[in-house]
Design a protein around this ligand. Structure first.
Ligand code: CA
Length: 223
């Protein structure tokens, strides 16, 4: 099954697109805001994204920028009413795979979607990368440059979360949110133990998990 994230705040267009895509056997999730889109992109794997630019609060371009920080390859097709050339250039510069101006023909959208999926061959890829690290989120296999390493499921979740938000502070609470067991135990200590273990495993890499006192952790490349 090909999973598509549709980011569109126009309810009428969104439901029409969901229906049409599902008829073509795509599995579609709908996000109606930029924040919702980022949450979905962060928590799930998709094969492609259809992205409206004119969204409330968090603009589609911002979503694209955030997405590209953690994932350079996921195909993103911008669907928008903005038809100025500058907007197209900006979208493509920010890493969109393609650009379609509303109103568009559904057949054309689907053809472009197929093309983007073919080009990317992205399907089933679960690699997330930062500096010399490459983490397979499916099986917790971590590659540090040439060296392969096995992570426990909790280590993999914590590292994935830090990698996806590299350069930004991630709170212990946000890490606990990723692991239901921890929420039950409400144990910050459990987070600290996993981070401690991860630091050991990353000793010979080119990244640090730095503590930001009172806030949480930040994954950074070593200078
Ligand atoms: Ca819109």
């Amino acid at each position: 099954m090909t999973r598509i994230l549709l980011v569109e705040d126009d309810e009428y267009l969104a439901s029409a697109l969901v229906l049409a895509l599902e008829r073509k056997k795509y599995l579609v999730d709908l996000a109606k805001t930029g924040a919702h889109a980022m949450q979905s992109l962060f928590g799930d794997r998709y094969d492609a994204v259809l992205l409206d630019l004119g969204l409330p609060v968090v603009d589609g371009i911002e979503v694209l920028e955030e997405l590209r920080k953690q994932d350079e390859e996921l195909p993103v097709i911008i669907i928008t009413a903005r038809d100025r050339v500058e907007d197209k250039i900006k979208g493509l510069d920010k890493g969109a795979s393609d650009y379609l101006v509303k109103p568009f023909d559904f057949g054309e959208l689907e053809a472009r979607l197929r093309a983007a999926l073919r080009k990317s061959n992205y399907k089933n890829s679960t690699q997330i990368k930062f500096a010399s690290l490459s983490l397979d989120t499916n099986n917790g296999q971590l590659q540090i440059a040439e060296e392969a390493m096995e992570l426990t499921p909790k280590e993999a979740v914590v590292l994935k979360t830090l990698m996806a938000r590299s350069g930004k502070v991630v709170s212990k609470r946000q890490l606990m949110d990723q692991i239901p067991d921890w929420l039950l135990e409400s144990s910050e200590n459990a987070v600290e133990i996993v981070v401690h273990r991860l630091r050991k495993k990353l000793e010979n890499s080119d990244v640090n998990i730095n503590t930001v006192r009172g806030f949480g952790y930040i994954l950074e490349a070593r200078p």
